[in-house]
Design a protein around this ligand. Sequence first.
Ligand code: FAD
Ligand code: MLT
Ligand code: ZN
Length: 476
Amino acid sequence: RPSPAAAPDRLPFSRITQEDLAFFRKILPGRAVTDPDLLESSNVDWLKSVKGSSELLLRPQTTEEVSQILKYCNSRNLAVNPQGGNTGLVGGSVPVYDEIILSTALMNNILTFDSISGILTCQAGCVLENLSLYLEDRDYIMPLDLGAKGSCHIGGNVATNAGGLRLLRYGSLRGTVLGLEVVLADGRVLDCLATLRKDNTGYDLKQLFIGSEGTLGVITSVSILCPRKPTSVNVVFLGCETFEQLLKTFQLSRGMLGEILSAFEFLDSECMRLLNTHLKLRNPISDCPFYVVIETSGSDSTHDGEKLHHFLEEAMTSSLVTDGTVATEDSKIKALWSMRERVTEALTHDGFTYKYDISLPVERIYQLVTDMREHLGDRAKSVVGYGHVGDGNLHLNVTSPAKDPALLAAIEPFVYEWTASCNGSISAEHGLGLKKRNYIYYSKPSLAVALMGNIKAMLDPKGILNPYKTLPDDLK
Ligand code: FAD
Ligand code: MLT
Ligand code: ZN
């Protein structure tokens, strides 16, 4: 029996003709790519787990061009796969069959930045790290940061409602995104690119597109509220003997660091083993079952340093942490952060990776890793846990030497049943994409899924936008 994660049969979309190619070449001179070598990387996802066979990659530069593309595709019943930096982890960013890839890579202009309000407006294809560098020169930062910052686009971040490493402090994109410009499936341009903090004029339509994974429209521009750049940043890397002590350390940090706490992340000793083995990264402290990365951000280094010192003293004397190291200068801060950020990369060297991105009540998050290890026994190569403790978000990853359908059948639906039994979410921040679409019912009631289907039918009646993704097959 095929796994519910497997692709369904190809839907009856049109196939690209010479007339279609002539149209795209006319409106996008030199930017309608058909060379198979150039198309190869856009057809495969970052995890190398989904491979499409698209024969056309379109690289628009303007909203008007996106509008012309979608108007034409809709009239011709041609399926389209919107693509940003192609760093998505759920098989949503690449075609399943021959969908046309619509890349935002050339839509990378910053439109406006207001240095009083901190509101940035830019095209959807701006790379997150480039936006961060632009803002840092102006004493601001982006409200989100993730390991994929060097490749992911802000439009992709919004389309997946990416969480990342700063969510604990600055909240989700649902709060910081102030406006969006979106091209609908039929080519109409929805201009909700407000730059206002407050706007209660009717329904907040932009929220529909945040986290919609390219299934409801193509995001072409984003306006986003950016925080001031903190002048004092500290990062500590700590070791804990048990997950219970790690949670107590989290509690203590919230109480003692208060408003300067900006991140609380964890990885287990299995992650550390993979960082050592595959990336040659050395553990900066002594070996422990659990490691924590805590970041503080504030505006007064003396004040922040004192608070951190008192917190560390208390955590050590009450034996919550067994070892630790502190960084205040940039290079060491980066080195400590890489121990957490590069786990994803280390896993790809370990083997084929089955990734789970689960929200749970925080006190339950590591139990799932322990139970999965016991459940799989020696069928898995590695079973690791890491994630965003501050957000109650566990990343459970299982590797095997190669794709292994029997192993997948042992993991799913076990992992989803476990999660649902704790009222957790089967997708905390990565979305559903191709791989998790049919498991949506573990986290959403049937009525909610049916309403999602109605919204999809209203905005994209022919279903040309990112087919086979996000919504379960039984809706189609
Ligand atoms: P893509 O991968 O290209 O696309 C993702 C989805 O969005 C697809 O469904 C696509 O169709 C759609 N899409 C893209 N652009 C648009 C657009 N303009 N309009 C409409 N739809 C669009 N995610 C987190 O949440 N938190 C993390 O901490 C995190 N860390 C990561 C670390 C690494 C090393 C990697 C590889 C990935 C990580 N991710 C994380 C996942 C991924 O980076 C995010 O989901 C990111 O937001 C995707 O952006 P992208 O531009 O690469 O989008
Ligand atoms: C992370 O937090 O590191 C990302 O979400 C990527 C991953 O889950 O591997
Ligand atoms: Zn994450």
